[in-house]
Ligand binder design. Sequence first.
Ligand code: C2E
Ligand code: MG
Ligand code: MG
Ligand code: MG
Length: 291
Amino acid sequence: ESALQHYSQCLKGNVLQSGPRQPLPISTQDLCHAIDCEHIDVHYQPKVDIRTGLVRGMEVLARWTHPSLGRIPPDQFIALAEKEGLIFDLTLRVLRKSIRQAAAWVHMGFTPKLAINLSPLLLDNPGIVQEITSLVESSAISPSQVVLEITESAGVEHLGKAIAVLTRLRLKGFGLSIDDYGTGFSSMQQLARLPFSELKIDRSFVHGAHQRRNLGVILESALDMAKRLELVSVAEGIETMEDWRLLQRCGCAVGQGYLIARPMPAQDIPAWLRSHRARLPELRLPPSPAL
Ligand code: C2E
Ligand code: MG
Ligand code: MG
Ligand code: MG
């Protein structure tokens, strides 16, 4: 499919018809209450090794079911929490819950890294380093088993402060991931100056890249850059076997997406692990043909 064909299809179809989703009328008070009363739940989505399919980590994704409006998409309540100064509290609660879960997993002999989403707004607050560190250090897991995913964004107001916070977290042993890589505005500047350990390529460059040359080119150059900068490469949004095989061929290290698993509550993980184990032969990198 040529680029022009693709653009004209977008114009005809989805772009014009499916404009931005209407935000739900959630109130700050409701969100505040949900955070205080532990009504914010977490789901887990596996991050797996792309050569073997083995589980490397679990990303923690916040979930909120509003008493009258039902499920609220995280994009919406996270944005509200950021706007209303509730994101610090929300993040610590998500962290506390998932650390407790990780301790239970350690007990079962299952030790994936926890991937926690961190709002770039928190990088303005030097207190976050101590809060996160003390929560993790007083638990069954160590900072080296936690990756903090930070969405690449132009929202970092004081780059100097952000660098200091990230550097201190990195020195404590936390992994740092640039989330949704490719969607922000200051990618190159951030990459050059911030102490990241992982590059997580946005799903808009992943799903369907095998049939759109432009996406494939961007994907491959992002992977090449990750390799040269010695960052762990992660692809999000893997939905099909074609996506999976392309990433294997391009040498991506870690993958995540609906093909492997949707985000799920902790109680579903043991059953998922069993069915995933049965699928490993199909997911494994095929042996390279003899030359
Ligand atoms: P994210 O960190 O980039 O997380 C990935 C999102 O993509 C998740 O959406 C996940 O459900 C979705 N996803 C995973 N695999 C696929 C796939 O194969 N195809 C498609 N189409 N989507 C896939 P979700 O759970 O709705 O979260 C949206 C965003 O909300 C997250 O994006 C993250 O930026 C934010 N978020 C969620 N929980 C937290 C949190 O605890 N703290 C902060 N600061 N942000 C959070
Ligand atoms: Mg993330
Ligand atoms: Mg992401
Ligand atoms: Mg994303």
